[in-house]
Every structure is written in structure tokens, then in C-alpha cells.
Design a protein around this ligand. Structure first.
Ligand code: ASP
Length: 424
């Protein structure tokens, strides 16, 4: 038994997770809906990831805020946020353009909305206001990621102020709090290592269940919608991102080779947040400094959603074609704006894009029933959207890291993601 475990542990993560995925597809195709009995294995995996995500974001951000000086943090933030907004807006536009070419909605009729309820879509202002929690414990318990990021940033900054105080007593307290946070983050990474060893079984469960239940029938009616989504993501992944990398002189092929584990994990888990631990690890492999990665990647996994933005662009044209609604330039500009904000507000969890899409539809005056129609194939499209979301995060980190290297006060990375935490 111990030998078997050691053998399993030594196999590469990507090999194990690929095997889980392929086995899942085979089981799903062979057994159809009966493959649903494996669903609990997948649910267990997602629960484990969700369990670890809140402490991971909180502690990694508190520690990483303290590993940079305030001047440097402002500079990194000043670079990464414009990058997020710009690439997200490009992605919405790309989704609109590709869907206009492929015309996925033409020939489809309105779906029956009898048994699908679209979640209530909060307004843009509400999304922004809710970032500041009224009750931090409630936000932690509910897993309100934007609020948790906000909380981590202000706690991290306050600890940093204490550590740089003129009073010795205050400095000692600040150091104590930082030590505690570092110790906590170490524990989280160790637990995570165990969770990642379980990942292949979880992936088998998720895949068998979704392939078994969705089958390829749904793909037939919504094939063009799926095609448009995949095409949009392909353009962003293979044209837009490589161009950005080239502009900043990051070697493109080596970059993709180094980060492929994260992309694959995103593809199978459909969760940028769930993928975050692997993303952090591959960023290290890609040579991105810890100070940039540990700050930009948790924030990126929360607010930077290029794939979800493509989702909204494709979805809007799909719906507009179904109801025969001709979009004016003004409406398209409004869609790009709302789509960008909705993507920022989209949580990095499976299916979250459906909520963002209802926000965009509501604002564009399109029937949100159509969100329900696309929900049937969301499992298939969410895979590539999430992969694109995660790629966008790492490209952003790589670009900022590259430009940081030019600064004189740039120092060698000071925090390490413990090597032992890396799942083999
Ligand atoms: N599943 C996506 C993610 O985690 C979000 C979405 O549904 O668009 O990145």
C-alpha cells in the first residue's frame, strides 16, 4: 500500500489529472447518466478546494503586502489594474465580433423557461458597494471573495504600518502578526498539497458526471454557440496574449510550456480560484518573482476574467440573434462597459459567468431566459473560459514582473512557496 502511494506520489501532476479526465470522459460516454454515481467524488474535490481558498487568499495577500514596500505595491497595482481593464474590454469586443461572424443564435427558437431560474443579478453599483463588508465574519463565512481581498489588503497594509512604526513595541506587535500570518499560510499550503494529490480522482468524478448527463446531444443544438466561444478564446489565447508577451519580451513558447499545469487544472476544474494554488506554483516555474505573483495572482483570480468577458460578448450576440434585436454602436459600447464590470464582479468558481451574463443581459434589455438556454452547455464552455481567465492572470503577472525588473529598487524575491507543497 505504502509502495503504491509512493509510486502515485512520484507521477507528475499533469499525467495524473489527464488520466482522471480521460477516464471520466470514457466512463461518462459508456454509462451515460448512470455515471452520475461518481459525482460525489467530484463534489468532494470542489469542497476541498473551496475550503482552502478563503484562508489561502487572506493569508497569501496579507503576507505578500508585507513583502513589498508601499511604494512598490502602488507601482505594481498601477500597472496591473489598467492591464486587467484593457484586456477584459478587448475580450468582450472579441466575443461580440466572433459571434457576429459565426451567428450562433440564427435558427434557434426561444427556450422554455419553465424549470430554470436565473439568479438575481445585482446592479453594478451594488457589486461595487458590496466590496466593503459590513460584517467581516459574514463575508468570510459566505466566501465573498471581493470583500475578502479588500479585508486582506487593509489588514496587510495596517500590519506593514505597524512594522515600520517608530515605536519599538508597535514594531514587535507588527512582526508577531506577520509571523502568525506566515505560519498560517504555511499550514494552508501543506493542506493544499494533500488536496492536490486527490485532484485526479475528483476530476474523474466531475467529468464522468457531466459527460454522462450532458452528453453530446446538447452540443448539437448549441454547437455553434460553443464553437463561437471556443473560437473567441482561441483568438485571445493564441493571438492577443502572445502579442502582449512579445511586446514585453517574454518568450512565448517557454511561457506556455511552464504554465501548462495551471491551464489544464483550470480547464478541468472550471474555477480560477480553485486553480490559484497551481497558478502560483507555475508562475514560479515561469520565473515570475514571488513578490509580483503573490500579489497579482490572487487579485487576478478574483477580478481578472478575460474568458468570462468573451462569454458575455458571445452570449449577447447569441441572444440578440434569437430575438432579432439589432444592436446599435451605442448599445455595443454600453455592453463592453457593463461586460467589463460584470467580468470584474464574476467569482472564479464554476458557473459564476451565468450570473455575470444575467447582469449584462438585464442592462442590454435582452431576455435573461436565454442565459438558461446556454446553461445547458456551460460545463463545456466554462472549461475554456476559465483556462483563458487563468492565462490572462499569469500573462499579467509576467508582464508586470518584466517591467518591475527594470526598477532599481527591485530586489530578489523574498517569499517562497514551499517547494514541498508542490504536488508532484
Ligand atoms: N468559471 C469561471 C472561473 O472560475 C468563471 C465563469 O464562470 O465565468 O474563472
Amino acid at each position: 500500500m505504502i509502495r503504491l502511494w509512493n509510486w502515485y506520489k512520484q507521477k507528475s501532476f499533469i499525467l495524473k489529472i489527464t488520466s482522471g479526465f480521460i477516464l471520466g470522459v470514457i466512463v461518462g460516454l459508456l454509462f451515460g447518466p448512470a455515471a452520475g454515481v461518481l459525482a460525489p467524488f467530484g463534489t468532494l474535490f470542489l469542497n476541498l478546494l473551496k475550503m482552502i481558498v478563503v484562508p489561502l487568499i487572506l493569508l497569501t495577500l496579507i503576507v505578500s503586502v508585507n513583502n513589498s514596500n508601499p511604494k512598490e505595491l502602488g507601482r505594481i497595482g498601477g500597472k496591473i489594474f489598467p492591464y486587467y481593464l484593457l484586456t477584459t474590454a478587448i475580450a468582450v469586443l472579441l466575443g461580440i465580433w466572433i459571434a457576429k461572424l459565426i451567428k450562433p443564435g440564427i435558427g434557434l427558437s426561444m427556450p422554455s423557461t419553465d424549470n430554470f431560474e436565473v439568479p438575481d443579478a445585482p446592479s453594478t453599483i451594488e457589486v461595487l458597494m458590496n466590496i466593503v463588508p459590513t460584517n467581516i465574519f459574514q463575508s468570510l463565512a459566505n466566501g465573498d471573495i471581493l470583500s475578502i481581498v479588500f479585508l486582506a489588503l487593509i489588514v496587510g497594509f495596517s500590519i506593514s504600518l505597524m512594522r515600520h512604526s517608530k515605536e519599538q513595541g508597535m514594531r514587535e506587535k507588527g512582526d508577531l502578526l506577520l509571523n502568525l500570518s506566515e505560519a498560517g499560510s504555511e499550514v494552508t499550503f501543506r493542506i493544499l498539497n494533500g488536496v492536490l494529490q486527490y485532484a485526479p480522482i475528483g476530476v474523474l468524478g466531475i467529468t464522468a458526471n457531466s459527460i454522462g448527463n450532458q452528453g453530446f446531444d446538447t452540443l448539437q443544438s448549441l454547437g455553434k454557440y460553443v464553437l463561437a466561444s471556443y473560437a473567441g478564446v482561441a483568438v485571445q489565447m493564441f493571438i492577443v496574449f502572445p502579442l502582449i508577451l512579445l511586446i514585453f519580451k517574454v518568450p512565448v513558447l517557454r511561457f506556455f510550456k511552464n504554465v501548462r499545469e495551471a491551464l489544464f487544472t483550470a480547464f478541468v476544474t472550471c474555477s480560477s480560484l480553485g486553480t490559484l494554488p497551481v497558478t502560483l506554483r507555475t508562475a514560479k516555474k515561469a520565473g515570475i518573482s514571488d513578490r509580483v505573483a503573490n500579489f497579482t495572482l490572487p487579485v487576478g483570480a478574483t477580478v481578472n476574467m478575460n474568458g468570462s468577458a468573451i462569454h458575455f460578448g458571445v452570449g449577447v450576440i447569441f441572444a440578440a440573434d434569437i430575438v432579432g434585436y439589432d444592436l446599435t454602436i451605442g448599445t455595443i459600447i454600453a455592453i463592453i462597459l457593463t461586460g467589463t464590470l460584470a467580468a470584474v464582479g464574476t467569482a472564479g468558481v464554476p458557473g459564476a459567468g451565468l450570473i455575470g451574463m444575467s447582469i449584462v443581459f438585464t442592462q442590454a434589455g435582452l431576455p435573461i431566459e436565454i442565459v438558461g438556454l446556454t446553461a445547458g452547455v456551460n460545463v463545456i464552455t466554462d472549461m475554456v473560459f476559465t483556462t483563458c481567465n487563468v492565462t490572462g492572470d499569469i500573462v499579467g503577472a509576467a508582464v508586470v514582473d518584466q517591467s518591475e525588473k527594470k526598477h532599481q529598487d527591485y530586489q530578489a524575491p523574498v517569499t517562497e512557496i514551499p517547494a514541498k507543497t508542490a504536488a508532484k
